[in-house]
Design a protein around this ligand. Structure first.
Ligand SMILES: [Zn+2]
Ligand SMILES: [Zn+2]
Length: 399
């Protein structure tokens, strides 16, 4: 049975589903309508749906007629708090919300894979569990689902999933990108409040100026990246917020800073979690100011399993031709909470390029004009379904 052909025939449905999700976006953990739509479509395709997996998350099990292991296919569900500016006929009907990261396409692609596999269920040797998770953009969707048991009953033995868009540039639409090892960075969060002593701007010696202190501390903290970490090891420290002061000639008593920290390895990640607050404290104390720091660990590094990725790349090349399947050279310093699933279960997260300059689909993720080239969505479904099918076929022994 030709999975590619089945998915190609499903293209019209996949586009219809994508447009539905696009029209009615929901954000964060609150995705009840999206979950309802998915549950209905999955039940119709003959899957057993399990609701309320960590809030509005859901799993859907497709049991093959023959016994075997279980592979999971994961899709995120949430949109962004953003006003759409695409003027597409199926643009968001909910003010201030938009699917601008392609999660609408992920859901439609996963539904396509579910429909395709349900058509060949009688030959399926094991089961495929579809995991639909909320709150990828905000925080905690994947973690909550794992805690709620999404990877149990049956136990998930391997996992796959994808991200569409233009994360990696220069890929033709419909091209698949994969990577061994780290592919997305860890994402941690630092919040700092420096408290000094206000006073007249003409007499700084009578006060304790938190703006000068903050500037000095930011520069010193940046030098951790250049001086204390191997130049071979990627790391990013970005302060996106610095707020202090009330008037141009008043010494700022308080300054607040907030930043993000990205790495591609746990060792560097832990080192920065210790050193950044330390440097801020040292600089602040040397200026006789007080400091409050909060450092929060968020998404871990997303790491693809070498063995599974080897299998995945062969499967993808057989299905799509090796010219359409490219090994990604550089990981992105963006983050992805699929990382939590891949920490528990071996698997591969891959990239499907849906950027198409010829059609004017050029805007980056999280842009109000973001769009995807719908013509290639069926390729995502075919690759997910083929990966599941072939992996179950290869791993049915030894259970
Ligand atoms: Zn996003
Ligand atoms: Zn995304």
């Amino acid at each position: 049975m030709e999975i590619k052909k089945i998915c190609c025939d499903l293209q019209e449905n996949i586009v219809r589903w994508r447009r539905h999700f696009h029209r009615y976006p929901e954000t964060g953990a609150e995705v009840p309508e999206t979950a309802g739509f998915l549950a209905h479509a999955l039940t119709e395709a003959g899957l057993i749906v399990n609701h309320n997996m960590g809030g509005h998350g859901l799993t859907a099990l497709l049991e093959g007629v023959q016994p075997g292991p279980c592979l999971a296919i994961r899709s995120d569900m949430d949109a962004l708090n953003l006003e759409e500016e695409t003027s597409l006929p199926f643009a968001s009907e909910i003010p201030g919300r938009m699917h601008a990261c392609g999660h609408d396409a992920h859901m439609a692609i996963a539904l396509g894979a579910a429909s395709a596999l349900s058509q060949i269920r009688k030959q399926l040797k094991g089961s495929v569990k579809f995991i639909f998770q909320p709150a990828e953009e905000s925080f905690g969707g994947a973690q909550k689902m794992i805690e709620a048991g999404a990877l149990e009953q049956p136990k998930v033995d391997a996992i796959t999933g994808l991200h569409v868009g233009g994360i990696w540039e220069g890929f033709r639409p419909g091209t698949v990108g994969y990577r061994f090892g780290p592919m997305f960075a860890s994402r941690d969060h630092v919040e700092i409040t420096i408290t000094g002593k206000g006073g007249h701007g003409a007499m700084p010696h009578q006060g304790i100026d938190t703006i000068t202190t903050a500037c000095q501390a930011v520069c010193t903290a940046q030098s951790i990246i250049s001086q204390e970490i191997s130049p071979q090891e990627p790391a990013v420290l970005t302060f996106g917020i610095i707020q202090g002061g009330t008037y141009y000639n008043i010494i700022a008593e308080k300054t607040y800073l907030e930043g993000t920290v990205r790495t591609l390895g746990e060792k560097t990640r832990n080192f920065l979690a210790e050193r950044i607050p330390q440097v801020f404290e040292d600089v602040t104390r040397s200026r006789r100011a007080d400091i409050y720091t909060r450092y929060t660990y968020s998404y871990p590094v997303l790491v693809n399993d070498p063995g599974f990725t080897e299998f995945f790349s062969h499967t993808a090349k057989n299905l799509l031709g090796s010219e359409n399947v490219i090994q990604i050279e550089e990981p992105t310093m963006g983050s992805e909470d699929m990382a939590y699933f891949l920490k528990e279960v071996p698997g591969t997260f891959f990239f499907l390029s849906t950027r198409n300059p010829e059609k004017g689909i050029i805007y980056p993720h999280h842009n109000p004009r973001f769009d995807v080239d719908e013509d290639v969505l069926w390729i995502g479904s075919a690759l997910l379904a083929q990966t599941a099918w072939s992996w179950l076929e290869n791993n049915r022994e030894g259970r």
